[in-house]
Design a protein around this ligand. Structure first.
Ligand code: 5GP
Length: 191
């Protein structure tokens, strides 16, 4: 059974929403809080959405080997802290990571039994609409993220499980089924 679940895919594809709904159905699944050098968006809290670090602090932790994986994404650094996973592993809890593709590849190497799921948009246009529409980033940041998304979309064949986030309810159902199987959660008893 896999205790580490990686949800990857391009920015704006809906990974965060899917993970929130996944965890409502599988509450035993802990969420790994990543570190990043990007500034907090309005409403984001340090230690909740991310551990917000400055560049020297991130570099120091990377040098010390504190990250299971880390990557640069659209000019900012992001990484999964070893401590986030070890804390869960010690308690026997499964954990889910929301990370971009380079990081997912690193986790595949470091934790071969991790479950990796790629979330794909129904189309490139739908992804653009979502990234522009959510209004969390400046236009030049959106353009940069779309450029990265092109490369990320080409990586989807590397992943054993691909869930297309078209109708949200369908995507959640599919994701819950795959993750439940991997972490060995209780069987759903819906009539
Ligand atoms: P955002 O700035 O929109 O929060 O995140 C940008 C991208 O970085 C998203 O694709 C997100 O999944 C990814 N990301 C978040 N945390 C991590 C992490 O710890 N490692 C890696 N490799 N990517 C991350």
């Amino acid at each position: 059974m896999s205790r580490v679940v990686v949800i990857t895919g391009p920015s704006g594809v809906g990974k965060g929403t899917l993970i929130r709904l996944l965890r409502e159905q599988l509450p035993q699944l802990g969420l790994s809080v990543s570190a990043t050098t990007r500034p907090p968006r309005p409403g984001e809290r340090d230690g909740v959405e991310y551990h917000f670090l400055d560049e020297p602090e991130f570099a120091r932790l990377a040098f010390e080997g504190a990250f299971v994986e880390h990557a640069e994404y659209a000019g900012r650094r992001y990484g999964t802290l070893r401590s986030e996973l070890e804390r869960r592993a010690a308690a026997g809890e499964p954990v889910v990571l929301e990370i971009e593709v380079q990081g997912a590849r690193q986790v595949r190497e470091a934790i071969p039994d991790a479950l990796l799921v790629f979330i794909a948009p129904p189309s490139r246009e739908a992804l653009r609409e979502r990234l522009v529409g959510r209004g969390t980033d400046m236009p030049e940041v959106v353009e940069r993220r779309l450029g990265v998304a092109e490369l990320e979309l080409r990586a989807q064949d590397e992943f054993e499980f691909v869930v297309v986030n078209d109708r949200l309810e369908d995507a959640v159902r599919e994701l819950v089924a795959v993750v439940r199987e991997a972490i060995g959660g209780p069987v759903d008893c819906e009539p």
